[in-house]
Write a protein that binds this ligand. Structure first.
Ligand SMILES: [Zn+2]
Length: 213
């Protein structure tokens, strides 16, 4: 079964609690990306304010049954990986948009926007304007995770500064001593910088070198 599906709401509605005192979600007539909750085998989407609502479930014979008012969207959910200074993120269709810089029209990402090596270069808008790919980290991370990532990004920069200063000493101890961090964090930093291609793998001489400056 799919982890993520794209559904279209064909009859907008407002979801309220039993006592009708509270709005639980406001669902518009448009496409929604819904994620599978594996424990219950139910698909939930989020409204514009991030409130979850049920769109369907897997029945006893393994078929997807949608709630009334929903149908499967013809668009496929495009999952893409983007790399930025905070790391690598897997984005779903509801985390990004393609927007024309000239007429400001927004549209979904399509497969032909994705070039070789997973590079994203959106096709031009029908008005002739250049399309721009934008995504929002706040739909990928919570505020705490975002802060943690920012701290890691900061540590990475400080680590690279240190490596430039002491290129013969790229190791955990250098990081621990100068950045006042623990063993686990220092190790995580070294691994992350190796994955980013900033420093080399541990060589036969048990040393690492700075690859990018
Ligand atoms: Zn345009």
């Amino acid at each position: 079964m799919e982890k993520v599906i794209k559904v279209k709401c064909i009859d907008k509605f407002t979801l309220r609690n039993h006592a009708e005192t509270e709005v639980l979600a406001e669902v518009e007539e448009k496409d929604y990306v819904a994620e599978l909750h594996e424990e219950t085998e139910e698909y939930f989407a989020k409204d514009d304010q991030g409130r979850e609502f049920l769109v369907g479930e897997i029945n006893i014979i393994g078929e997807l049954v949608l709630q009334d008012g929903f149908k499967m969207s013809s668009d496929r959910v495009i999952l893409i990986k983007v790399v930025d200074k905070l790391g690598t993120h897997t984005l779903m269709s509801n985390c990004f948009v393609v927007q024309c810089l000239k007429c400001k029209k927004e549209r979904n990402l399509v497969e032909s926007d994705i070039k070789e090596n997973h590079k994203i270069l959106p096709e031009k808008c029908e008005c002739g304007g250049k399309n721009e790919f934008k995504y929002w980290l706040d739909s990928v991370y919570t505020e705490d995770e975002y802060k943690e990532l920012e701290r890691k990004a900061e540590l990475k920069e400080q680590a690279v500064d240190l490596f430039r200063k002491y290129p013969g000493n790229i190791n955990i101890n250098l990081l621990k001593r100068h950045l006042r961090i623990g063993l686990i964090t220092a190790n995580m930093l070294l691994e992350a910088l190796e994955n980013d291609g900033v420093i080399s793998h541990l060589g036969e001489n048990r040393k690492r070198t700075l690859l990018k400056s």
